[in-house]
Design a protein around this ligand. Structure first.
Ligand code: MLT
Length: 205
């Protein structure tokens, strides 16, 4: 569907208060992460927008100047735009308990939204994330949690990036769990298990 400035997929839930906000990687679209979202939670509503930036035809959530070099002014503008979409879609579809699940570029816009204090997610699962903003504001992120699932062999979202991001989030009070998978930038079965287990632990906490 098309509304609030974005093309997106929405799968309603009949029995769960939880919604998963699914944010794809570079070159993906709104359909990519629907199976993953469903595998994470059989009953949650799924909200999955397509990134509005095109890089040689490949959808992304913000502009980059080169691999791993982000246009930070665009990161901020796009994070604000996406946060507005999420708020509009949440009102329209009556969603309140929203957990973000992002892969790569999608993880980076999710953590930008967190670091800018634009939305308080119930949780965030960040697969292969990097640092989206070099100097985010000094706000408190107490009561916010995220799972970072890194690839030990990932040349892009490498351990320097992952440690810097987890430090930024922790310095602001967020509760961050980091798992390192025996993988590169691509997701493996162990990522799915880590995400599922972490989400289940949120439901219990
Ligand atoms: C990507 O390929 O999407 C990058 O590794 C992450 C990004 O550019 O945000």
């Amino acid at each position: 569907m098309n509304a609030f400035g974005f093309t997106y997929q929405f799968v309603p839930s009949r029995s769960s208060a939880r919604a998963l906000l699914l944010l794809h990687g570079t070159g993906g679209d709104e359909n990519d992460l629907l199976p993953l979202g469903r595998a994470f939670d059989e009953t949650a509503a799924l909200l999955s927008p397509r990134g509005r930036v095109l890089e040689n035809g490949a959808p992304r959530f913000f502009r980059r100047l080169a691999e791993g070099v982000f246009d930070e002014a665009d990161v901020i503008a796009r994070a604000e735009e996406l946060a507005q979409f999420v708020q509009d879609a949440a009102r329209e579809h009556r969603l309140s308990d929203i957990t973000a699940v992002g892969y790569s570029n999608g993880a980076n816009i999710a953590s930008a939204i967190m670091l800018l204090g634009l939305i308080k997610f119930s949780g965030a699962i960040l697969f292969r994330p990097m640092v989206p903003l070099s100097q985010p504001p000094e706000i408190t992120l107490r009561d916010q949690r995220a799972l970072i699932s890194a690839g030990g062999l990932d040349p892009i979202a490498n351990s320097v990036q992952v440690n810097a991001l987890s430090d930024l989030l922790r310095e602001r009070g967020a509760d961050i769990e980091v798992v390192t998978q025996p993988a590169g930038h691509e997701l493996i079965e162990a990522d799915l298990k880590s995400g599922r287990d972490w989400l289940a632990s949120l439901a219990i906490a």
